[in-house]
Write a protein that binds this ligand. Structure first.
Ligand code: SIN
Length: 534
């Protein structure tokens, strides 16, 4: 597989062409909220890879952080976000997040989202590294599902066109390097071109690159990889957040055990039944990277457990119904028995480089949500700030596009596929084997603890996988192409950063270094990762 502008060859003369004013890729909180906001002014089409509900948002449990409680203020939220970001936050983006957050969440409530309340007042909980109770939740631990429900209902009752099971392969550009639309595999497996005035990527993260992840199967980084192929700059790709507590039972898929459980009083115990976070600052609610590494260390000598027995058993079922039911399926009653847990890949702080209004380095291309990186999360995202990020920066894109959007281009302007392709050797079992090997490499070598030797080995092995793999027009192969592309970029970025900061921990450079307090940047055609100041 080569580092080409397009993932697959395509023939410009054999493609159906469609037009819409604004294209939105992805149907999580960022994509849907942008679509709703912009539909007052434009004809909007959402292209989503599975059904509209299937996204990381749907699976979000803990909640959405927002300074709405009387005891709280945007200043406190700003301070906590910056502290968690380990010296790498874009301060102006954090200011926007904390200050605009309350209004955005009020709009979400107006759109029909029902957050949990007692005596008609919103319930706020806490999670790691928050100095105040500011995390709103819904149906206990089904916050993302409730937000997604409300937004989907609004979209369904609007003029917004939704195309489900449409897999966006690549972005289309003209000779002036402007994005003019996308190349798509439609729901009947036919290639189509969709042209628009602007494309907004809101396709979420890439948790599936890792053997253990809290993310659903759709998170293969397709939007980030397509932006990269088109020449957009990526930023901070080495910063991956590992959630400390995913259900860990051999043979059972990883499942998130929300940080809100620790927020409500659940404790971490080692194989000997001893609480091991008691002497660490912040204890069970220390920043995620600290808790994840502490668990990782304990796992060397046995299973680690999350013990809910410190929360009243009735409250456990009411507050965490989804976790309760899921664990029960595997024979664990969390109100009575500690749950085996371990870290899992959860979130990427890096992504497509954007400014605070969502503009990427390419004209007419915007991004928001997890796939985008404006530096708001720095090197480590504060718990429950991701849903808020999706909302707030959907609004800044809206404000920008309400003022000006690009022009609809003509199909003749689309740059055709011209690059030479070399064919790789193919084996029948290639796809599953290569995918499993990549996920294993990323987990073992580019995971919670990294070092020079492991990263060099990871780089060489991923390059070898790329040599023997050439994607055909089949979704698992297109996804794998994207995963290999991004795996190699994460490794390069992690290799270059010779320090430890937030989600990036190097055992050979275990402390943060002021010299490295800068963002990494990489785009197609670059020989090396470069750096831009904060
Ligand atoms: C959780 O519920 O622990 C996840 C929340 C988040 O990632 O912000």
């Amino acid at each position: 597989m080569q580092d080409n502008e397009y993932l697959i060859p395509w023939d410009k003369n054999n493609i159906n062409v469609k037009y819409t004013e604004i294209l939105i890729l992805g149907s999580g909180i960022a994509g849907l909220f942008t679509a709703i906001n912009l539909s007052k002014k434009y004809e909007i089409t959402i292209l989503t890879k599975k059904n509209i509900m299937e996204s990381n948002t749907e699976h979000a449990q803990g909640g959405i952080a927002v300074a709405l409680d009387l005891e709280d203020s945007p200043e406190f939220h700003y301070g906590d976000t910056i502290k968690a970001g380990a010296g790498l936050c874009n301060l102006s983006a954090v200011k926007i997040l904390a200050e605009k957050g309350p209004d955005s969440v009020r709009k979400l409530i107006e759109l029909g989202t029902q957050f949990d309340k007692s005596e008609n007042k919103l319930n706020f909980t806490t999670e790691g590294a928050h100095s105040k109770k500011r995390v709103l939740h819904a149906k206990g631990d089904a916050t993302g599902g409730e937000i997604e429900r409300a937004l989907v209902e609004k979209v369904r009752n609007s003029s917004i066109q939704v195309k489900e099971n449409y897999f966006v392969i690549d972005l289309l550009k003209n000779d002036d390097n402007e994005v003019i639309g996308v190349l798509v595999l439609d729901n009947k497996y036919k290639l189509e071109a969709w042209l628009s005035k602007a494309v907004i990527i809101a396709t979420g993260g890439l948790g599936q690159l890792y053997k253990h992840t809290t993310n659903p199967a759709v998170t293969t980084g397709d939007g980030i990889a397509a932006a990269y192929r088109a020449g957009a700059e990526l930023m901070d790709m080495e910063f991956i957040q590992f959630h400390p507590t995913a259900l860990l039972i051999p043979g059972v898929p990883s499942f998130l055990i929300s940080e809100a459980a620790r927020g409500e009083g659940a404790l971490l115990l080692n194989a000997q039944g001893k609480r091991f976070m008691a002497d660490i600052p912040g204890q069970e609610l220390a920043p995620r990277d600290v808790v994840a590494r502490a668990i990782w260390e304990q796992m060397k000598t046995g299973t680690v457990y999350l013990d809910f027995s410190y929360i009243h058993s009735q409250k456990v079922q009411e507050r965490f119904p989804k976790i309760y039911k899921t664990c029960l399926q595997y024979g664990i009653d969390i109100s009575a028995t500690p749950v085996p847990v371990g870290p899992a890949a959860h979130y990427i702080m890096g992504g497509i480089r954007v400014d605070n209004s969502g503009q990427t380095s390419l004209p007419n291309l915007y991004a928001c949500g997890e796939c985008a990186c404006n530096g708001v999360h720095g090197a480590n995202r504060l718990a429950s700030n991701s849903l808020l990020d999706g909302l707030v920066f959907a609004e800044t894109i809206t404000q920008k596009l309400e003022k000006e959007a690009g022009k609809l281009s003509k199909w003749e302007k689309a740059k055709p596929f011209t690059e030479h392709l070399t064919s790789g050797r193919r084996y029948k079992t290639d796809i599953e084997r290569i995918r499993a090997e990549l996920r294993e490499i990323m987990w073992d070598r580019v995971g919670i603890i990294r070092n020079t030797e492991g990263l060099s080995d990871a780089y060489a092995r991923i390059e070898r996988l790329k040599e023997v793999f050439v994607p055909r027009i089949k979704i698992p192969e297109l996804e794998l192409g994207n995963m290999l592309t991004l795996g190699s970029i994460i490794v390069k970025s992690a290799f270059k950063r010779q320090e430890s900061r937030g989600g990036h921990y190097r055992s050979d450079y275990p402390v943060p270094d002021e010299e490295w307090r800068k963002h990494s940047a990489f785009k197609r055609g670059d020989k090396h990762v470069s750096y831009v100041s904060v």
